[in-house]
Design a protein around this ligand. Structure first.
Ligand SMILES: [Zn+2]
Length: 219
């Protein structure tokens, strides 16, 4: 599940945290770290704010994405920058139209999911959310367009993402960016990868940093 919901967690992941458990086991949804990396193994996360509307600003995307550009065990694991048009891999942040949004999240979740992330391959086609393909080049992150959700279209009762505070929107953007880095949901403590918006930490926890260090070892 890559959906962030305000409802009951469908899949309850029971995790035991101990020193010997790998990041792959702790972040069980995406099986591999797949973001493009440099010679040191640092993830190269290049974001773009394709078709974002005024409430989904590049400032928010930049601020939230940069939370991942933290240090763990003394090394920076993620290099965040704005993608140029010539670069073939990046993380798109897209404001989806109602029809597009519903097709992505389904009728059941269209009012309760705040955002959703999909990886895509080198040919640009989206892959299964849980894909372990070595061909993954980037990710598309969708938010319901803020021009919808006022009831006038008949498609949304509300727009959950739009209803959130700026701080929580940034937490969601950070969370989805975590999916783009290959992290799945966890149910522990203060991780930014908790599934529910109200549970998400506003900063990377020690746990997140340890998983970041494990998945993107510096060499
Ligand atoms: Zn999620």
């Amino acid at each position: 599940m890559k959906r962030i919901t305000k409802c009951i967690i469908i899949i309850v992941m029971i995790l035991t945290v101990c020193g010997s458990v790998s990041a792959e086991e702790l972040y069980p949804v995406y099986p591999k770290a797949w973001m493009n990396r440099n010679a040191h193994g640092q993830a190269l996360l290049k974001y773009t704010d394709y078709n974002l509307s005024s409430n989904y600003t590049q400032i928010s995307v930049s601020t939230a994405s940069n939370r991942w550009a933290a240090t763990a065990s003394g090394y920076q694991r993620v290099i965040v920058s704005v993608a140029s048009s010539s670069e073939t891999y990046r993380v798109y942040h897209v404001a989806a139209t109602p029809t597009f949004w519903i097709n992505k999240v389904g009728d059941e979740w269209m009012n309760d999911a705040a955002a959703i992330a999909f990886p895509y391959g080198s040919n640009g086609s989206e892959l299964n959310q849980n894909s372990s393909s070595p061909d993954i080049k980037g990710a598309n992150i969708y938010y319901p367009d803020n021009t919808y959700g006022d009831g006038t279209t008949g498609l949304f009762e509300d727009n959950y993402f739009e209803s959130l505070s700026t701080a929580k929107k940034n937490n969601v953007i950070c969370h989805e960016t975590g999916h783009a880095l290959g992290f799945g949901h966890v149910s522990i403590g203060t991780s930014v990868m908790r599934e529910l918006v109200d549970d998400m930490s506003s900063s990377l926890s020690t746990y997140d940093l340890n998983c970041l260090s494990s998945k993107y070892p510096y060499s």
